[in-house]
Each structure stands twice: as C-alpha cells, then as structure tokens.
Design a protein around this ligand. Structure first.
Ligand code: SIN
Length: 473
C-alpha cells in the first residue's frame, strides 16, 4: 500500500503521519505521510522541471502513454476497487464502476490528445493571417474530493497530461490511498517522473497557499463544495490563475404525470443512490406532478426501504457508510428540521447506531417547495418529494437555487421533457435517465456550480492556453 508523498518520481516521508480510517468500522487502515507547504513547493518545482520535457513530446507519444494508463488501471480494477471501498466505504460494485469510469478518462483523452486543433484565417482587412494555437497551460495544481477517490483525479489528470502539462495533486485526507496507488500505476504505465506529483496533507490551507504562490503554477482545478470553491477562487485571484471549478449541486428530479412510473422510480434510485448518495449530481429535490405524486412517493419509499445498508464488501449492500460522523449529523439535522416543518416520513428518517457512520435510506413526502432541506445539498440517502400542480411554478422552484449542476426529467412525452430541459438552469440534464456521467460528455455546472467543463472535447482545452499569431506573408 503506497502511503508516502510522490514528488519528482520519488516516494518521500512527510512531516509526521496522519491516520486514514474505514468509515464502515471506524478502524484505522494505515497512516499516511503528512505533506507540508514546503513539500507543496517542492512538488511544484518538480512539476515545473518535468513539464518542459513532457510538453515537448509529440501528441502521439502522450496519447500512447495515456492509453497505457487506461489499460494499467483496468488491469488493477480489483485492487483499486477494494482500496476505494476500504477508505471511502462505497459498495464494491460501485467501486468497480468507479475504476472503469476513472480509467476511461485516460482512453478518451488518449484520443483527444492528438486532436487539439487550432485554426488559421485571413484578417478581415486581408493584411495578414490569424493563426490560433493551443499550447499547454503549464503546471496545474489539483484539489480533489473524497467521494470519487480515483475518478475525480483521473478526470483532471488525463486531459491535463494529454495537453502536455505536469500536475501536483492534493488528494483529500479521507481517501489518499487510492490517489497514491493511482499515481503509482500511472508511473508504471510510463508517465515520466515529476509529471504527476501527489502530496497528501492535513494542513490544506497553507499547503494551497504555498502551491499557488509558486510562480510556476499556472492553473488550479478543484472539485468540491461551492463554499470552499469560493475561498480558493479568491486566493487564485491574487495571482490571476486560470481556474476550473466543479462545485456543489442541488439537482431537481422532475416527474410529470405521463412518466412511466417504474422507469421514474428506477431512475430516481440511480440519481439519488449511486455511490452511496454522495455525489454532487445526486437528485436532491424530487418534484412530482399531482397525478403521480402519491404513487411515486410510495414506490420510491418501497425501493429505498429495500436497500441493504452496510459495509461495502458485503455483496448484498447497496448503500455504504457516510464519510464521517459529521456527515451523518448534518443529514439527520436536515431530516429532523423537515419533519418539524411538516414533512411526512415515508421510510427511514434516522441514523443507524455505530460502529461506522450510517444513515437509513429515507423518503420524505409532502415537502414544501423552498423548505430548508431543499436549500441544502443533502449528500446522503434522503429523498424529499415536493408535489406540484402548476408546471411554470415548479420550474421557478427548480431554478430557485444558486446551484445549477444536474437536473433530471421524466415524461412520456419527449417534447415536454426537452422543452423543460431548455428552461432548467442546469449544466447537465438527464431525460428519462438517472445517470449521465460520461468521459465523452461535458461535465460541469451553471451558476455557482462551477466554472469550465470536464470531459468531452471541451475538457482538454481547459488545460490549454490560446495563442494568436499575426502573420504577414
Ligand atoms: C461528483 O460527485 O463530484 C462527480 C459525480 C460524477 O462524476 O458522476
């Protein structure tokens, strides 16, 4: 098990060590080297040195390395999935799905790395040509979350490397083991020393300052909460760093009367419960039209009640632990307040005694649009259902949030679904689908859910500069 810092291709000790625990049992898994601000600086130094050689390789060479990364990660699916389940807690099947998803970012970007197109045009005056090219941005500092210990790293690293950049990663202190092993495997697949550096830390704030004050750092890519994103954006402003931000969500899941009830419930379960309901795309507010609301609430409650909660290694388990005790407390607080305000518990509604940090899958019926629980990203297995009669009013409520990441629409009429999607202030909309994450699609949010897109062909350009050359000939 890798548990040191990776800087310039060398595994190093930090300043002391910190424990990583299994959220399903509370047991310590191991300890990990604790990186300091000085290590962050050293990692940016190493990345800057490696960047020169890596950026000068041909797109085809980089593409071949990325392709090798994809197959190496796939070859280690079992090992990586077990690591993810151990430190994050998600069911093993979800963890295996995450490894496939994580690896796919390398295969996709191996294909994109040879297709970074520029352009040439004639100036309107006819006096010169306008050449536009896209060189790599430079050293990228990446701050990644615990909910997808592998995929939220590879979604950034693969396009960054494909474009010719070197990176410094600060993985979350909750799940650093997967990050370190992924980096180890990338090295084994042929990524040169110093191109990928990983520095776990318990002192995130000073670590981040050191990494971003370094003059070689050119960009910050962050996935996490909007609250933290705002703080990082302010700090990046001091050096006018390029930023990519994948922030929080508050996804509406809209079920119209003409929806196929079974399909809507199946989609709702995926949109709510994948990866133990700890995703930023998770359905957070279920708007059900009056004619279907009672049946939808009852069927969703039945499906949620049938879910086995427990340690992710049990093959019957479909919902693992929450990441820590604070998460369970926050979910419980939102549910209790909703019930006090008049919501009806259709199933669940309570935490499960330890060891471990578990919460019962919960459905709340009769929630008021605008109730407190609809204003927070729940990040747990709780589905508040809000009945509606007026479609325009429902759309207003669905958009009445500072977030705009994901939304879901279920209707038997494609015209209804598509016209609804056009009115939703959301970067991604699933129509009659509960999952839409795909390396080939542009993942990202409107409003305060983020800046930029990850995946698709847009993803690699996020890690490029634009240079214009005026030429007379
Ligand atoms: C996230 O929760 O941050 C990402 C979810 C996904 O990629 O599906």
């Amino acid at each position: 098990m890798r548990n040191q810092l990776l800087i310039g291709g060398t595994w190093l000790d930090g300043d002391g060590r910190f424990p990583v625990t299994d959220p399903a049992t509370g047991d310590e898994i191991t300890t990990v080297a604790d990186g300091t601000p000085a290590h962050a600086t050293a990692a940016v130094d190493a990345a800057a040195a490696a960047q020169i050689g890596w950026a000068s390789t041909s797109p085809r060479e980089r593409s071949e390395v990325l392709r090798a990364c994809w197959s190496t990660l796939v070859d280690h699916t079992d090992e990586l999935a077990e690591l993810i389940t151990t430190e994050h807690g998600k069911p093993l099947a979800d963890a295996r799905g995450e490894v496939a998803y994580a690896a796919e970012f390398f295969r996709w970007n191996a294909e994109e790395a040879v297709r970074i197109h520029g352009s040439i045009s004639t100036a309107p005056s006819g006096a010169n040509k306008i050449i536009v090219r896209h060189p790599p941005v430079g050293v990228v500092v990446m701050v990644t979350p615990w909910n997808f210990p592998a995929a939220m790293i590879t979604r950034k690293v693969a396009p960054a490397l494909g474009a010719g950049n070197a990176v410094v990663i600060k993985p979350p202190k909750e799940t650093p083991l997967t990050a370190l092993r992924v980096a180890d495997l990338l090295q084994a697949a042929g990524v040169p020393d110093g191109v990928v550096n990983v520095v776990p830390t318990t002192t995130s704030s000073t670590w981040f300052d050191a990494a971003t004050e370094h003059t070689a750092t050119r960009m910050v890519s962050f996935t996490g909460s909007t609250e933290v994103g705002r703080i990082l954006l302010r700090r990046c402003a001091d050096r006018v760093l390029k930023v990519a931000m994948e922030l929080g969500g508050n996804a509406p899941f809209i079920v119209f009367d003409d929806a196929d009830l079974d399909a809507a419930v199946e989609g709702a379960m995926v949109a709510k419960m994948r990866h133990s309901a700890e995703t930023c795309t998770a359905a957070n507010r279920f708007f059900a039209e009056a004619g279907i609301a009672a049946d939808f609430t009852a069927a969703l409650a039945e499906a949620m009640a049938s879910i086995r909660v427990g340690r992710g290694f049990d093959p019957e388990v479909a919902c693992g632990p929450m990441i820590n005790a604070g998460a369970v407390e926050s979910i419980g607080g939102l549910v209790d307040a909703a019930v006090d305000a008049g919501a009806r518990v259709a199933t669940g509604g309570s935490a499960i005694d330890g060891p471990g940090h578990f919460y019962t899958p919960t459905v709340l019926g009769g929630v008021e649009a605008g109730a407190d629980i609809t204003r927070h990203e729940i990040f747990g297995p709780v589905a508040p259902v809000i009945p509606f009669t007026d479609r325009d009013e429902m759309i207003r409520h669905a958009n009445d949030t500072e977030m705009g990441l994901a939304a879901y629409v279920y209707s038997g009429d494609l015209a209804t679904a598509l016209s609804t999607s056009e009115r939703l202030e959301s970067g991604m909309v699933g129509i009659n689908r509960g999952a839409m994450s795909d390396p080939a699609a542009p993942f990202g949010g409107m409003k305060q859910s983020g800046l930029g897109r990850e995946g698709a062909s847009e993803g690699i350009y996020e890690f490029c500069e634009t240079q214009y050359v005026a030429v007379s000939w």
